[in-house]
Write a protein that binds this ligand. Sequence first.
Ligand code: HEC
Ligand code: HEC
Length: 365
Amino acid sequence: MATSRTSIRRSNSLLGVIALTAIAHAELPKEGPLGKPASTSQAGFVPAAIPEDNPQTAAKISLGEKLFFEGRLSVDGSVSCATCHDPDKGFTDQRTTSEGLRGQHGTRNAPTILNAAFNELQFWDGRAHTLEDQAKLPLLDPIEMGQKSGADVVSALASYADEFQRAFGRAMNFDDVARALAAYERTQIATASRFDAFIAGKANVLTTAEKRGWQLFQAQCATCHPASSMFTDHAFHALGLPIKGLSFADLAEKGQKLVNSGDPTALDRAALETDMGELGRFLVTKQHADIGAFKTPTLRNLLVTQPYFHDGSQRTLWGVIAQINPKLSGSELDDLVAFLATLTSDRYEAAGKQELARQRALYKR
Ligand code: HEC
Ligand code: HEC
C-alpha cells in the first residue's frame, strides 16, 4: 500500500507545481477565537513545565501565535502549522493522514497541539524531546513545509525582524523561531471539561451511563491512560494493530540501518514517508520490544481530534475501543464512549456533541 502511495506522490508532484500558483495562500486556516491563547483560570488546569531558556513572555507568545498561522514558514507559502493543526478542528486536520505541500500525504495522523505542553516526548514515536525541538522538524520536512535549512526559514521571515528583536532582544535566528512557536503552543491548554467539574465535586454533572463508563475505564484502561491530568502514562505500547500486510522483521532490518545514521531529519523522513513509520518507537530506540509501539495519546478532546490512532485508521471511538479490547460488550463500549465524551473541554462543547452523534450513527449503521 504505502509503496504505491510513494509512486503516486512522485507522479503527482509535477502536476502539483503547475496547480500551485492558483492554490497558494488560498486555504490557510485563519486564527479565529479558538486560536487565541487560552485562559489559565480553567477547571482541571495544572501548570506545565517551561524550559529555563524559553520563559513565557507576552511578546514571544504573540509572535509565536502569528508564526503558527504564517504560510511563509513553508517553502511555497501554501502550508502553515495551522494547516495541519487548525484550531477549528481541535488543532488537528481531522484527516486520516496529513496533507502537506502539493497535496502530499505522510503516513501519520496529526495529533492535537491542545495540551501538548504536557507531553514528556513529542510525536507518536517520541522522537522529539521538547516542543522547541519538535517545531523545527515539520519546517524542514520535504513533504510538510519543505524549507531547505533553518537559514532559509529565517530569510523567509525577514519582515518579522523587529518583532524577534523585541521578543528575544537579539537578531532573528532559527532556534528562536522554534522557541516562539513552542511558547504559543504552551498556551493551548484545554481542560475545563464536565469530567473536571465532576472531579472537583459536582457529582450531578455526569449521567449514570457516563459514571458507569468512568468505573469501567478505571478497571480497563487506566494502566496506560492513568486518570491523572492528561490520561497518559507517557510511555509506548504495541497494541498489535494491523499493519496492512507488511512484515515487521523486514521493516526492522531497514530501520536498523537508518537509526544507525543518527540523523534526526533522516529519522523524521523515514517515519513520515516510508513503511518504516509502522515500526513506531523502535526507530528511535532500536529496542526489539518497541517494534510497533506508539505513544499513549491523551484522551482529552477526542471528539474534535478524529480520526484515531497513529495512522488515523479508526473513525469512531467505538471502533477504537473495540479494537483495543474486543472482549467488551456493546453496552460497555457505549458507556466507555460516554465517559470519554465528558473529557471534551468547554471550548469544544458544541462541536463535540455534534461529532458524538455523527460517530454513533456511523458505528451503529
Ligand atoms: C503537513 C501537516 C503538518 C504540518 C504543516 C505541521 N504538522 Fe505538526 N504534526 C503533523 C503530524 C502528521 C504529526 C505526527 C507525526 C509523527 O508523530 O510522526 C505532527 C506532530 C506534531 C506535534 C507533536 C504532538 C504530539 O502529541 O506528539 C507538535 C507539537 C506539532 N506537530 C506542532 C507543529 C508545529 C509547531 C508546526 C509548524 C512549524 C507543525 N506541527 C506543522 C502534521 C503537521
Ligand atoms: C496497554 C496500554 C493501553 C491500554 C490498556 C489502553 N490503551 Fe488506549 N491507547 C494506547 C496506545 C499506545 C494508543 C495509541 C496506539 C496507536 O496509535 O498505535 C492508544 C490509543 C487510544 C485511543 C485513540 C486516541 C487518539 O487520539 O488516536 C483511544 C480513544 C484510547 N486509546 C482509549 C482507550 C480505552 C477506552 C481503553 C480501555 C478500554 C484503552 N485505551 C486501553 C495504550 C493503551
